[in-house]
Write a new protein. Structure first.
Length: 314
C-alpha cells in the first residue's frame, strides 16, 4: 500500500512542477531591480528629446538630475543602456546625499556582476540606504547575507533585514522571508509562516509569491489542501503575467483531474502556452498529453491557444 502511495506521488510530481521559487535568485535579481526602476522612469515620462537638457543639468551638478540620468542608463529608457554610466551618475547623486541614490546605487552594484568588488560596494551603499529606513536597501542586505555575496553567510543578519523590510510591507522581502521559512535554510522551517508571507506578497501582485502560495494550497503545505484555491492562483498569474510554471501546473491539474474534472483540451492548452514560452517541463508534459488526444482534439486545443493569445497576448 505504501509502495503504491509512493508511486502515485512520484507520478504526480512528474506531472507537476513540485518545487517553489524560494528566494530571489541571481538570474531573477536584475529583473527584481530593474522592474521598479523602469516603473519609476515610466512615471517620470522622460522622452528622448528631454535627455540632452537633463544631461546638462546633471553635468551642472543637480543631484536629482544625476539620479534620473543614472536610472535612464541602467534601464535603457530613452538612452542606450550603459551600466557603467549608470553607476557613474548614480554615484554623483549619492555623494551629494540625494536620499534615494544610495539604495539605487547599491542595487545596481548588487545586480551587475562585471564590476570589480561589486558586492562589497553594494553592501556599503545599501547600509547607507538602510540607515535612511529604505526597505529596498534592507531587502538587498538580506539577500547579501543570505547568499554570502562578498561576505560570509550570516543567517541572523539576513533574517533580521528581510523581516524588517517585510514588516514594513515590502513585497519582495515578504517573498524572500517566506522562502526562508519554506526551506528552513536560515531559520526553523515553518510552512504556515511561509504561506502567510507569500500571501502578503501575493496581495501586492508579486508573481512568484502567488505561484508559491498556489503550490502550497495544491499540496496542503502550511494551509489546508485546496486544489480549487491553487487553480485560482495559478490561473490568475497565468492570465495576468503569462507565467510558464503556473501554466504548466494548470495543464497538469487538468490532465490529472486534480481539483477539476479531467479535460485533455484544457490540459493541452495550458501546457502548450508554457511550452511555447520555452518551458522544458511544459514541452515534456505536452508530448505526454498529445499522445492521449485525437487529431480533432488537438485542433480544438490549438484553436483555444490562439484565442487565448489574442485576448492575453502571446
Amino acid at each position: 500500500m505504501f509502495a503504491k502511495a509512493r508511486a502515485v506521488a512520484f507520478f504526480l510530481c512528474s506531472l507537476f512542477i513540485c518545487s517553489i521559487f524560494p528566494q530571489v535568485a541571481h538570474g531573477q535579481l536584475l529583473d527584481e531591480v530593474t522592474g521598479p526602476m523602469s516603473a519609476m522612469i515610466e512615471k517620470l515620462n522622460v522622452p528622448p528629446a528631454m535627455v540632452a537638457p537633463l544631461l546638462q543639468k546633471a553635468a551642472d551638478g543637480d543631484a536629482q538630475a544625476q539620479y534620473v540620468v543614472g536610472l535612464l542608463y541602467f534601464t535603457g529608457q530613452s538612452v542606450q543602456q550603459d551600466h557603467a554610466l549608470a553607476v557613474q551618475w548614480m554615484t554623483k547623486a549619492a555623494n551629494q546625499e540625494f536620499k534615494l541614490a544610495p539604495t539605487q546605487l547599491g542595487l545596481m552594484y548588487l545586480s551587475v556582476q562585471d564590476i570589480p568588488d561589486n558586492y562589497i560596494l553594494a553592501k556599503q551603499w545599501l547600509l547607507k540606504g538602510a540607515a535612511h529606513g529604505d526597505l529596498d536597501a534592507m531587502n538587498g542586505l538580506g539577500l547579501i547575507y543570505a547568499e554570502g555575496l562578498g561576505t560570509a553567510i550570516n543567517g541572523e543578519e539576513a533574517i533580521q533585514y528581510f523581516r524588517e523590510a517585510a514588516n514594513g510591507g515590502f513585497a519582495i522581502a515578504q517573498y524572500n522571508l517566506g522562502g526562508q521559512y519554506y526551506t528552513g535554510k536560515l531559520v526553523a522551517q515553518d510552512y504556515k509562516e511561509a504561506a502567510r508571507l507569500f500571501q502578503l506578497a501575493a496581495q501586492q501582485d508579486h508573481v512568484r509569491a502567488a505561484y508559491n502560495l498556489g503550490v502550497m494550497y495544491r499540496d496542503g503545505q502550511g494551509v489546508p489542501q485546496d486544489s480549487t484555491g491553487a487553480i485560482r492562483l495559478f490561473q490568475g498569474i497565468a492570465e495576468k503575467h503569462h507565467f510558464p510554471a503556473a501554466e504548466h501546473n494548470l495543464g497538469a491539474m487538468y490532465y490529472a483531474g486534480k481539483g477539476v474534472p479531467a479535460d485533455l483540451i484544457l490540459a493541452y492548452m495550458w501546457t502548450k502556452l508554457a511550452a511555447d514560452s520555452g518551458s522544458e517541463p511544459g514541452k515534456k508534459l505536452l508530448a505526454i498529453i498529445s499522445e492521449k488526444m485525437t487529431p480533432d482534439q488537438i485542433a480544438q486545443a490549438d484553436q483555444r491557444v490562439q484565442e487565448w493569445n489574442k485576448v492575453h497576448g502571446s
